[in-house]
Design a protein around this ligand. Structure first.
Ligand code: HEM
Length: 204
């Protein structure tokens, strides 16, 4: 990024913007970088926080599943997929409908705004066997928690790194977790935990 007034004329960093201006290419409006960073923070912070809270709460509530990942660390990615499928961090997301779409006999008209219920899709019994059971070995790689299509989550690689690191660290350092019921933060979009009291942690 080159800021006005920075660098000398011979500085190679200022050559490109000058050329772009001469050819009439539009420059980004002042402050655009801030909006881009804000979008990344908005999209990437609450979601990841929600999924990390869900990891701890779910492994405390399902000690048999925690034992599986402790015994076999290669299950870490599968465990994170199942955490995301079972408790979706963003339960509703919007789409602008650009043409009439027929879904099982119901037409969603062009111009409508649709709320996609990602968590409902993750529990669809036509796709996931016994969907209300938390079972890490099912490895649901096609869960909908990162959305779908060209606008699917742009940060899912980073989110996976974080989720895998948390599960691997828990599985390495703890043998048993006891937590109280999570207290949720009500929200139209994020399904996050406001408070999760950890009552006991047995070291590995
Ligand atoms: C577990 C964590 C996360 C979850 C569950 C999640 C979920 C989602 C969902 C559902 C969407 C909408 C996808 C769609 O419209 O089909 C989305 C979009 C997006 N996410 Fe994530 N996200 C997570 C982490 C992150 C992180 C860490 C970043 C960046 C550092 C990020 C950046 C974005 C961006 C930029 C978009 C907009 C993509 C576009 O419109 O083309 N997300 N995310």
């Amino acid at each position: 990024m080159v800021l006005p007034g920075h660098g000398r004329r011979s500085d190679p960093r200022i050559g490109r913007p000058r050329t772009l201006r001469r050819r009439g290419t539009r420059r980004r409006p002042a402050g655009a970088a801030g909006h881009i960073i804000h979008q990344y923070l908005g999209a990437g912070v609450d979601t990841t926080i929600a999924s990390i809270g869900n990891i701890v709460a779910l492994f405390a509530a399902h000690p048999d599943q925690f034992d599986l990942v402790r015994a076999d660390p290669t299950l870490v990615p599968a465990a994170f997929n199942e955490v995301l499928r079972y408790w979706v961090p963003l339960h509703a997301w919007g789409r602008a409908v650009t043409r009439d779409v027929d879904i099982d006999g119901t037409v969603i008209p062009a111009g409508a705004q649709a709320a996609i219920l990602l968590g409902a899709g993750n529990r669809d019994p036509r796709h996931f066997d016994d969907p209300d059971t938390f079972r890490i070995e099912r490895n649901p790689v096609d869960h909908l928690s990162f959305g779908y299509g060209p606008h699917g989550c742009a940060g899912q690689g980073l989110a996976r790194l974080e989720g895998h690191a948390v599960i691997a660290a828990l599985a390495t350092h703890a043998s048993h977790l006891v937590a109280d019921d999570p207290i949720r933060t009500p929200s139209n979009t994020t399904r996050s935990i406001d408070r999760l009291e950890i009552l006991e942690v047995l070291p590995a």
